[in-house]
Design a protein around this ligand. Sequence first.
Ligand code: SF4
Length: 186
Amino acid sequence: MTGGRRLLLHICCAPDATVPWPELTAEGYEVSGFFYGSNIHPEGEWRRRRDAVLKLANAVGSPAEFSLYEPDEWRAGVVGMENCPEGGERCGLCFGLQLGAAARLAASGGYDALCTTLTISPHKNPAIVNEAGRTESARLGVEWIDRVWRKNDGFRRSVARSTELGLYRQNYCGCEYSARNIEGIS
Ligand code: SF4
């Protein structure tokens, strides 16, 4: 650790964190990862993604924190939105649930700032992600670090780095609704 400002990095999945984590560290932040994960279905998939975050934490030499796996709570937060298409209203609520949990941990853990890896994905709207992060952070008096990680070829670089590190990479966003058409997931 460098003695810099403490930043909690909300991690949606390990591959998406491969670029933000070292880049924020290079900027001088003391970065800890945080994997929420209650949006992930089924539990075996959550375990695989959690283990990938642990593997990445070891590779970057920084700590990571993990929520309890509470899919029923997540489901209650998006009730009525089950049939929304990916990228729609359900995802906006999901970002709020994930970043709300991250903001609570940042506030209770005495972190100076909060950021997320979600904006590296070409499938997510970075304006909606950053707006959710700003709202949840402001509620708890945490500074929100607004980034669009997919800029500067971020997504392609994250894929390459994940391959180098041998990280597990999923083929669906995470929740049961996003897994509907994926073979072998029920
Ligand atoms: S598709 Fe992804 S972002 Fe949207 S609700 Fe499901 S897990 Fe959340």
